[in-house]
Design a protein around this ligand. Structure first.
Ligand SMILES: Nc1ncnc2c1ncn2[C@@H]1O[C@H](COP(=O)(O)OP(=O)(O)O)[C@@H](O)[C@H]1O
Length: 374
């Protein structure tokens, strides 16, 4: 094709820049908020949105039946991640908020809140500086599909939703031992988590609603509503068994909230296959290359080809081959770098194997301009 009519090439640095700086996700989130809030003047809204820069702070919802450990895990996560712990109780006790005051009054009378009031309360709290900067962990809310839809409509989107699960019999039994520290709301258990300090032991109180009958009733209500709540979070939800020691539940929850979800951003795969000899790297690379149209880059093959072609690299490598010596890392790196920056690799992506073989080589690979992303 004549160079004047050939399609324009996108300079490879452009997609690379987008990938490294998560531009696609940033724009996608901003667009989402713009469409939800539909501000009269979108420009200042967008500027404020980007200045807040809180796309990556924890935004976690913890759900589960009564006594599954929601509050315990939410509080531990909040301490560990330094994010704001939010529960119905502490949302209502917020000072200087007319919404919170209305909620308190309503709750005292009815022992529940109208969904709209609850959701407004959450929205007000999440818009405050500490939640914006440090992120938030919502304990046991939303409980119904109606609440879920209202929360979604306000543009509140959790990045991670954890659902704790355990058999009802375990939970009924467990709830009987629940104790609460009235000073700070910390949760303890007579068998599983008893504080060593006498001072704390003496001030613990037995919370309301933990009898067998009450827990069983709350469990029934939970099972009825949760089936309509969970499908609302298909991509962000993880179920964790709560029928195991608290610490194990916590670490599974922590690992999950620290992972980022697969993004929809377009990207060029740069795949590195690692594995011991005989593990099938060559075959898998060939299959991946075929399926996804990637360039198959075998480090060993590249070295051999360079020698066979008598290329400038080949001439440098040849003496090492003749003496049966390992080719120095710097030469391999140059060879790889020149291959991976060729147009086909940049455009189609690649799958590579045979390098790195040790930590030094791995560090070198890390300095490459187009390093692996898978
Ligand atoms: N994995 C666990 N194993 C044993 N006891 C637990 C576990 N998780 C929580 N607990 C205890 O169970 C009781 C209920 O926990 P809590 O966090 O209040 O549950 P929820 O908020 O889901 O109602 C507390 O006494 C807590 O110490």
């Amino acid at each position: 094709m004549d160079a004047t009519t050939a399609p324009h090439r996108i300079p490879p640095e452009m997609p690379q820049y987008g990938e490294t700086n998560h531009i696609f996700e940033m724009m996608q989130n901003m667009l989402q908020q713009l469409l939800i809030h539909q501000p009269e003047d979108p420009i200042p809204f967008m500027i404020k949105y980007f200045q807040e820069d809180n796309d990556n702070v924890p935004k976690i919802i913890i759900l589960g039946p009564p006594a599954s450990g929601k509050t315990t895990i939410a509080m531990w996560l909040s301490k560990h991640l330094k994010s704001v712990f939010l529960s119905l109780e502490n949302l209502m006790t917020k000072e200087y908020s007319s919404l919170a005051e209305r909620a308190r009054k309503h709750y005292q009378k009815m022992k529940s809140l109208p969904p709209l009031l609850l959701v407004k309360l959450i929205q007000e709290r999440l818009g405050e500086d500490d939640c914006l900067r440090r992120g938030w962990i919502l304990d046991g809310i939303p409980e119904t599909r109606e609440q879920v839809l209202m929360i979604q409509a306000l543009g509140i989107t959790p990045r991670h939703v954890i659902v704790l699960s355990a058999p009802d019999t375990v939970l009924i039994e467990r709830n009987l031992g629940k104790r609460v520290d009235p000073h700070n709301g910390e949760i303890y258990h007579t068998t599983f988590d008893w504080p060593p300090e006498f001072e704390i032991q003496n001030r613990l109180i037995v919370p309301e609603g933990i009898s067998e009958k009450e827990t069983a009733q709350r469990l029934m209500a939970y099972h009825r509503s949760i089936v309509r709540v969970l499908p609302s979070y298909p991509k962000t939800l993880k179920v964790i068994s709560a029928d195991q020691p608290c610490v194990d539940v916590f670490y599974q929850a922590l690992t999950y909230v620290q992972t980022s979800h697969r993004s929809n951003a377009p990207f060029t795969p740069r795949v590195l296959l690692l594995g011991p000899m005989g593990s099938g790297k060559r075959l898998q690379a060939a299959l991946l290359a075929q399926k996804y149209g990637l360039v198959n880059v075998s480090c060993g093959q590249l070295l051999k080809e360079a020698v066979a072609d008598k290329s400038k690299f080949g001439e440098v490598i040849q003496p090492f081959f003749e003496k049966d010596m390992a080719v120095p890392d710097s030469i391999i790196m140059n060879l790889l770098s020149s291959r991976l920056t060729q147009h086909d690799c940049i455009q189609k992506g690649w799958v590579m194997y045979g390098f790195p073989r040790d930590l030094d080589q791995a560090h070198m690979l890390d300095t490459l301009e187009y390093k692996p992303n898978r």
